[in-house]
Ligand binder design. Structure first.
Ligand code: AVJ
Length: 333
């Protein structure tokens, strides 16, 4: 697997960033911890369980789109591409794409969880012997180096499924989409899954499942802080909360303190009053025109899109416009 530095130095750099983000996030007036830290081994397993829940419509909707429309999608992308997946996880949806693509040169799964990545990459390599599988363990919200495939691709396409773009505020989403446009270059593609559901009851149920898996997924963040950063969070003194903010079109995930308490992380103390929240995640829902406008401001034009029969989710194919001249494109760290 590609990564910069030795495994030990990568691990300590990752821990350092995690510690900094947690200390900064808990030290501000509106406490927060970035949602990318959900995905340690346990968190990734819990997320996979969420995807199988009856209430969590997102995965099923997008899978049904991929199942029905992968050939059309592959035709849109064209032959000879190198596909780079952002946040590949267990690469379940990717198989529909890889099955349909013509002469796909290489597949580059990018994920922050190395356990997940190794496992998925090994399985894909044996199932797709004609596609070069080049896993990259990286945080895709930061610049990372793309591996060089053995065969020259005709163009690149980023695959960004699962409505993960919904985790970013519109401002940060535009910045990330801009980086994607630069990464694939003019004429390169982006295949992105977004949540277009407008049914508030259904949305809130998806983040408040009756088995409490989402609650455990959210609370696992505190368990991870305890384990990795010498924290002393008492998990039973915090409560999962997920509410849909209709005005801003997003689900807001929080961990709410049940009592007045003091918590220590790596020797630093933080006080919580009863009812005080740690914000952990946004999940934005978009209309197709709203998302197309957002992408256009990042230099990506909508070419075609597919929805499921309930109009819960959509998969969009966008193409990178000509890039502004004078922009320095840095592909490495
Ligand atoms: C992986 C970002 C798409 O926002 O729906 C699921 C993560 N959080 N349940 C989402 C998540 C709580 C998920 N995404």
């Amino acid at each position: 697997m590609r990564d910069s530095g030795t495994l030990a130095s990568v691990a300590s750099r990752r821990r350092c960033e995690f510690l900094q983000d947690v200390l900064t996030g808990l030290g501000t007036a509106s406490k927060n911890v970035p949602c990318k830290y959900f995905y340690d081994k346990r968190g990734s397993e819990l997320f996979d369980r969420i995807c199988k829940l009856g209430e969590y419509y997102l995965t099923r909707s997008e899978l049904s789109i991929m199942e029905a429309s992968a050939p059309e999608l592959a035709e849109q992308i064209g032959p000879g591409a190198m596909v780079v997946e952002f946040g590949s996880g267990s690469s379940v949806k990717t198989r529909y794409l890889l099955d349909a693509l013509l002469e796909c040169v290489a597949y580059v799964p990018v994920d922050i969880s190395s356990e997940h990545l190794d496992h998925a990459a090994a399985e894909l390599a044996s199932d797709y012997p004609r596609i070069e599988i080049l896993p990259v363990c990286a945080d895709f919200t930061k610049p990372f180096e793309l591996p060089l495939p053995t065969r020259l691709p005709s163009h690149s396409a980023v695959y960004f499924p699962g409505s993960t773009i919904g985790n970013f505020t519109p401002e940060l989403a535009i910045a990330l989409l801009r980086r994607i446009a630069l990464l694939v270059g003019q004429g390169g593609g982006l295949i992105i899954g977004i949540d277009v559901n407008q049914d508030v009851a259904q949305i809130e149920a998806a983040y408040n499942d009756s088995l409490g898996v989402t609650a455990r997924f959210n609370l696992n963040l505190l368990r991870r802080i305890n384990d990795d950063l010498e924290g002393d969070f008492r998990l039973d003194s915090f409560e999962h909360r997920a509410l849909y903010n209709a005005e801003l079109g997003r689900v807001e995930l929080d961990l709410v303190s049940r009592i007045d308490q003091c918590v220590t992380v790596a020797g630093e103390g933080f006080t919580f009053s009863e009812g005080e929240a740690i914000h952990t995640e946004y999940s934005y829902k978009y209309s197709i025109p709203a998302f197309a406008a957002l992408a256009a401001s990042a230099g990506l034009s909508l070419h075609r899109y597919w929805t499921d029969r309930h109009d819960n989710c959509a998969v969009l194919h966008l193409v990178a416009d000509a890039q502004e001249t004078g922009v320095l494109v840095s592909r490495a760290n």
